[in-house]
Design a protein around this ligand. Structure first.
Ligand code: DGY
Length: 323
């Protein structure tokens, strides 16, 4: 029996590439460079499955072809706002993602950013490496206490809940939640959390706000200048969700004017570009989209893609079908 032809658009952990190559007729992007829309149109005409990642901009132009061969897009990642689902559906392509397996590591990075921003870890390390540290003193680099503070979580899916678990049970934080739909009382109780109706209700009540909602058009600039103005003057904003959720220019203004205490970002509006004004904000910690970047998680993500597209080609329902 001939094996389905599968394109993997970026390099994956070796163990997964090997397993994929044993199961499918696999083509790798050896150069590991992001593909263009034209590359995708060509790929859709050639492969039975294409396995993209967040760096692949699969907008409407990528689906602008008469007839494709591709039947399934096995996305390596939980977020899929980079894929034009209407375009995929028009060509009869199923789309799958990789939930669950990256929740812990993404929440770990959100905690890292929260602690780093609050305790000025980036600033401190920069000072030390630059040879500017003159020694301990009671007033040196005073930060903000995290333990016992109030954390607002916007988006209470798997990653939001993993964040709440760490913050509440590890750091004794009080948890407020804003979510599109009502969260079950027993789920809130697990984290001692209280749900509020709107983002406007949540922001003024929090010392820290962490974003865990999906990206895409619906949540573009969910955090804008007006909403940043609702945050406390000493509060911190953490974003490990999607870059487009925060208006970066408005955030840079708020940070520069010290209208909020600080921020931590793992994702950006125009990755890998970073709004220039953010570079000048000392009260900001930035990481290059590392949320899921551990070996265990990246392997688990790859195997989850394999499970999804294997199910698809075996005529079964892929476990993580999103379209
Ligand atoms: C995701 O899974 O959406 C991460 O942001 C990148 O893979």
């Amino acid at each position: 029996m001939t094996k389905p032809r599968v394109l993997i658009t970026r390099r994956w952990p070796e163990a997964v590439e090997r397993a994929m190559a044993a199961r499918f007729e696999v083509t790798l992007n050896e150069a590991d460079r992001p593909m263009t829309s034209a590359d995708f149109r060509a790929a859709f005409a050639t492969f039975d499955a294409v396995c993209p990642t967040v760096t692949d901009k699969l907008g409407p132009e990528a689906f602008d072809l008469a007839q494709g061969r591709t039947k399934v897009l096995g996305n390596f990642g939980v977020g899929f706002s980079h894929i034009d689902l209407d375009g995929a559906k028009r060509h009869g392509m199923a789309v799958t993602n990789t939930p669950d397996v990256l929740s812990d590591c993404t929440a770990d990075i959100a905690m890292t950013l929260m602690l780093m921003a609050a305790r000025r870890a980036g600033e401190g390390e920069r000072e030390l490496r630059a040879g500017g540290w003159t020694g301990w003193r009671p007033t040196h680099m005073i930060g903000t206490k995290v333990s016992g503070a109030t954390l607002g979580i916007i988006g209470f899916g798997r990653i939001g809940q993993a964040m709440a678990r760490r913050a509440h049970h590890g750091f004794g934080m009080k948890i407020l939640v804003q979510n599109r739909s009502p969260v079950a009382a027993d789920v809130l109780a697990r984290y001692g959390a209280r749900q509020v109706a709107t983002v406007e209700d949540l922001l003024p009540a929090c010392d820290f706000v962490s974003l865990h909602c999906p990206g895409g058009a619906a949540n573009r600039h969910l955090i804008n200048a007006d909403r940043l103005a609702l945050m406390r003057g000493d509060a911190f904003l953490i974003n490990t969700a999607r870059g487009e959720v925060v208006d970066e220019a408005a955030l840079a203004d708020a940070l520069a004017a010290r209208r909020i205490g600080g921020a931590g970002l793992d994702v950006f509006e125009r990755e890998p570009q970073v709004t220039a004004a953010l570079m000048d904000c000392p009260n900001l910690v930035m990481l290059p989209h590392l949320g899921s970047a551990t070996r265990a998680t990246r392997e688990a993500m790859g195997f989850r893609v394999m499970e999804n597209i294997s199910a698809f080609f075996d005529g079964k329902a892929p476990p993580d079908r999103v379209a």
